[in-house]
Each structure stands twice: as structure tokens, then as C-alpha cells.
Design a binder for this molecule. Sequence first.
Ligand code: SAH
Ligand code: SF4
Ligand code: F3S
Length: 444
Amino acid sequence: MTTSKKLFIKTYGCQMNVYDSERMAETLAGQGYEATDQAGEADMILLNTCHIREKAAEKVYSELGRLRPLKDANPDLKIGVAGCVAQAEGAEIMARQPLVDLVVGPQSYHRLPELEAKARSGAPALDTDFPAEDKFDHMRGPRAARGPTAFLTVQEGCDKFCAFCVVPYTRGAEVSRPADKVMAEARDLVERGVREITLLGQNVNAYADADGVTLATLIRRLAKVDGLERIRFTTSHPNDMSDDLIAAHGEVEKLMPYLHLPVQSGSDKILKAMNRRHTADHYIRLIERIRAARPDILLSGDFITGFPGESEADFADTLALVETVGYGQAYSFKYSSRPGTPAADRAEVPEVKKADRLARLQALLGAQQKATQDAMVGREVSVLFEKSGRLPGQMVGKSEYLHAVFAETDAAVGEIRKLRIIESSANSLGGELALGQGPVTQSA
Ligand code: SAH
Ligand code: SF4
Ligand code: F3S
């Protein structure tokens, strides 16, 4: 009997890390590793990390500390750190936490097989290069079964250099994968049952391959793939929202009416200090054009409170922008000073002010989010079912607006059905089959 080795990956941070973790698991499957969700039985544990805020980065060290008993119990266990903390801190990680055997930065994942072998031989394995080759070209493993939704990274890195952000340093310069490779990967996913693809990039709307294919063109090409029913993309920068991409929202039926478009602040002074290179007014006019193309689009954003120099009046501008735009979804954070970024040496807003502003902003965003969700009641939406719910006969899926919808239905995973929304609860909607013949449903 051959026993395969077991791999446990824990993923932090953004969707790009989720995608990378899937690809790392596939790559290591080629080395005989089988995925497990039990850290205790693993022969290799990989933490795929995030460096975006101090808390995110510090989490990694506490998690590593918790792995010590596993390593004591199994001396053959190898522990690796991947992702943005690996890129930012490199060999420092092994110095600070000697139980780490392997450190690999986001652009070097295709070298995992060699690094794994090196770690197995007892040598420290470290790679945080930015090699020229496309790592995804070299990350091919056996084709694993897929659920109905998938992420597909098409663009990596960032050239924007917002004054607060580590991403340009941890992920490197903006690089777009060739459109034909993206199309091939998308077709492969669809053959494996995927119905919805979310195109990913740190600045996905800056996508432009060597042949000049833009994100809008890529979306139009993907829309022609039979069996692919839904297309999404995230995350976008306001300055890269081209006319063509805006138009696609009104023209491409498979492109879902949901857009994550971070603005960070509503104050022109702070936007300038952040190096966002647009004004609040520019953003608001952009939103108007997007809504003209697709009136029902659900908007999502990111915000930072207490960026260095932010006054109460600047923060009021942020609240005013939120009032004007009206978000259906949002993520907001207290500013966290990151080593090596331009804002790191600026005088900080006191912690209590950051926290107070965050609470006020979240109250407003939360109310908008709830109102948007409640307004779905009585409407007909289409739901892609992803898994069964907690109640017998219940299924859970996502509407085109990315709301979680529960319904009692005989629909299978991967099916799309029209539902009428009958109920809005804390974080989800309840629906019944449209056309009146569906059973009454309950949301969990
Ligand atoms: N490329 C994306 C995502 C960047 S990270 C974009 O530009 O939208 C996701 C979010 O984290 C950012 O939009 C920002 O709101 C937040 N963020 C980034 N750096 C931060 C920092 N130093 N402190 C607090 N929040 C931060
Ligand atoms: Fe960070 Fe700004 Fe780039 Fe987004 S656009 S990844 S916030 S530097
Ligand atoms: Fe975090 Fe890196 Fe993503 S810093 S948000 S994991 S790009």
C-alpha cells in the first residue's frame, strides 16, 4: 500500500491568495501530496499569508507558535510560509521562528517542488525572487474536481503605489497573463463544472496583455464560452475604469451587476496624500456613468479611516461620499502603518479617533448594506446554487448581486434558477421558486 503525503494549507488575505493556494495544492499534488483539512495529520503545512495590515502579519507568528506541538509530535512535518509576509520578511521569518522550514514569495510558487525537496533534505528553503517567467505556466498538477464557482487570476502586482499600501512591494509590478492562456484555463474550469468565474487581479481593470487585449475584451471573449454562465472581476482602481469596461456592464449579459471599486476616502486632501490620483468628484461622476450603463449594479468599496493627516472635516467628506454613492457592500479598516510605505513615517491619527471614525463609517455602510439587501424582497433574482443549506431540502447560492440566498428547492449544485425573494435576514436572503409554484422557504 502506498501512503501519500498530506498537505494542509491555511489561507489569509485576499482572493488572490485563495487562488494561489488552490494552484499550490495542485502543484504539490504532482509531488504526491494530497490535501487535508486536518493540520494534525499533515506532512506539510503551508501558511499563505497577508501583509496588508499589522494585525494580518502578526497573526502569522501566533499561528506558527501554535504549530509547535505538531512539529514536536512529528519531526518529519515541514512548515512553510508563503504569500505576502513571506515576500516582505523573507529570511527574517526563519530567524524569528526557527520551526519554519520553507519560505516562498508569491512570484516563486512554481519552484515549490524544488523547495519542498530542499526542505525535506533538511536545508533551509527560501525563494522570494521576482522571476520573469509566468509562474502559473509551470504550476500544472492533476485536474482536481471543482465546485460551480472559481477564481482565475489574470493580473498580478500593482504600479499604483498608494502611500499606505504594501502590495506593490509584496506582489511586484503589474503583469497581465496572456489572454489565450486565460481562455484556456477558463475552458478547462468550465469542463470541470465551473459556471461562474471571478477574474482576479490587484488591479484587474488595468489588465492588458502583450497583444493589447483589455479586460473588457477578455470579458467579451469569455462570454462566448458555452457553459460559462457568469463572469465577475475584482478588484478595480477608479482610474482604470475604461469606457469600454463601463459599456460592457450594460452589454454583456453574463457580466454580473456587481462592482467592487475602492475609493478609500472622500476627502480630496486625503486622496492626494494617499496618492490615489483622483478626486472624490471624479469618483462620483464615474459611478454615475457606471449606473447609467447598468442601473441595477450593486456597488462595493473599501475605506480607510484615520489616514495620517485626516481631520474631522476630511472624515465628514468620506461620510458625505458614502451618502452620495450608496453602497450595497463595503469593507472598511483603520489605517495601519506599514514599514517601507511612503506614509509610514507620517504622524499618525490617534488610535481612538481612528476607531471612532471606523465605527461611525461602519454604522452608515451597514445601514446602506441592509437597506440594499432588504430592497431585494419581492424581486426576482437568479441564483447559482453552490451547496446544501442546514435545513433538509434547503440549498444556498448567490444571486447576481452576490447576496447569499437560501431556498427550498430540488435544484442541484451548479444549477441556476429564478427565485422570488421573500425574506431578508441578517446576512442572507430567503427565496422561493419564481412562477408561484415553489414551496415556502426559510433562511438559516
Ligand atoms: N488592490 C486593491 C486591494 C488592496 S488591499 C485595491 O486597490 O482596491 C485591500 C484594501 O485594504 C484596500 O483597498 C485598503 O482599503 C485596505 N488597506 C490597504 N493597506 C492598508 C493599510 N495600510 N491600512 C489599512 N487598510 C489598508
Ligand atoms: Fe494597494 Fe493602491 Fe495598489 Fe490597491 S491600487 S494594491 S491599494 S497600492
Ligand atoms: Fe494581503 Fe497580499 Fe492580498 S498583502 S491583501 S495577501 S496581495
